[in-house]
Ligand binder design. Sequence first.
Ligand code: HEM
Length: 499
Amino acid sequence: MARDLTAEPLFPTDEIQGDILVGLLKKSEKLVFFRIVDSAAFAAFLHDLQITSMQDCLDQRAAVAASKATGSTALLSTPGLNVAFTQAGLAALGVGGLDSDSTFGKGMAASATDLADPDPATWKVLRPGGDPVHGVFLVAGATEAEVDNTIALRLAPAGANGWDHVATEVGTVRPEPVAGHEHFGYADGVSQPAVRGRIAPGAALDPTVGPDPDQAEPGRDLLWPGEFLFGYPAQDPAAADLTIKGPVQEPPIPLMANGAFLVFRRLAQRVPEFDLSVKEAAASQIDPAASDPASADLLGAQMVGRWKSGAALINAPRADDPSTADGTPDVNAFEFDGDREGLVCPWGAHIRKAYPRDDVRHDVDPAPGDVPRAEAFTQTHRMMRRGIAFGPELKQEEALTGTTTEERGLLFACYVTDLFDQFEFVQRFWINDADFVQPESGVDPLIGQGANDVLPFRGAAPFSKNLGRKPNVNLNRFVHMEGGEYFFAPSIPAIRSFK
Ligand code: HEM
């Protein structure tokens, strides 16, 4: 059956902040954390603040696409500014009625034990007990100069506008040819949830371009928008099929309609240690008599579930394949049903842990009806990722010594409507659980959290398909969580309504 667009909600694109469903265009981004020092002055400032809406983001993207279509390589100006608040920040602006005992109300530090995060007292950024953080300005642009210009034009002077600067995190997209790749070298931002809904009466936010009316591009299942925006129908975890519309995701208070929670985590990456350790681990697995030699490239791809180009292991089991890489139509066209034993893509691979698609927990031979049900459940644990890399490129001395001397990593960010059931669920019950999706899968080798700094990783055996030849290695921890917080990104009218 063709997709019935009239059954999908029409978004008020001028009212929704642009980063949530479309994403601020960014080659550079600063996260400016603030505290409110004068609520009345700050509310007046917010009333007139130029905030980048979903419509602005759509227009910017259309302008960039039109410019590229002419063959131009000009870097267009794409200034963007969004704002999000902690619960303390909302309270300072007079917003009442929020539960102080909720995941949002308590803040990320309160979840540290459950998430197996480092002790918040040791966090490098947003450490509890320091200056209170009431919110964050997300300022994005085509260059750092453009970002600083936007800060000067729209946010300054802080004091006169009722806010005070607490901290800034500086994100930078890596240079060509690795733009869009995170610091370990893998294409990032490849798989995002596709969202049902219209940006104009006859225009879908995520148009269907393949043969399946329930997907956008092949492999990108269309989800009901309540997963990422309050006030819209969401997915039903118990549905017989993921296409079935669930109940409306009601905002905790009416002011939160057309808004979403924002998760922020600073994740430091030890790149030279990663490279060296993956090389050594792969070498330890080489059996000269075997027809399926391991290589560092293959082991790395098994840890992520994709090659550095973005090509999924499931589509390219033996070697990286540009025909299914990032930017090609089939980059997300895969499920795990042909690989229930984890012989091609390890169960522990980052993308299989973070989004197990049609995997069925603890069942390598599920009955047909179990698979759609498993997928419907999985689709209630997705997130709209909006992270950006931070820190410089690897230096030669670091590469040669295998030792990090410069701080770099990922400013992880994502939007959800349920902090517990989406971000926390995935980190706790999938990524950190050594028995998800199958017993002894191991924790996620990229971002599994826990006290143990050595992570056992069971790879796959793509050539021989021999269960006994799954690489079994111990890897060090290469990603360290250095602090974070939960925020809420309200609608633009809600921001204008603060008194
Ligand atoms: C430094 C830390 C991290 C690195 C290096 C990293 C790297 C990657 C890479 C290379 C991909 C595959 C490309 C893509 O689909 O975008 C990916 C996908 C993904 N990551 Fe991460 N990631 C990190 C942190 C996180 C965190 C903290 C979460 C959430 C708890 C997360 C959740 C996901 C999800 C949901 C996907 C998409 C899976 C899919 O749809 O196939 N990542 N990540």
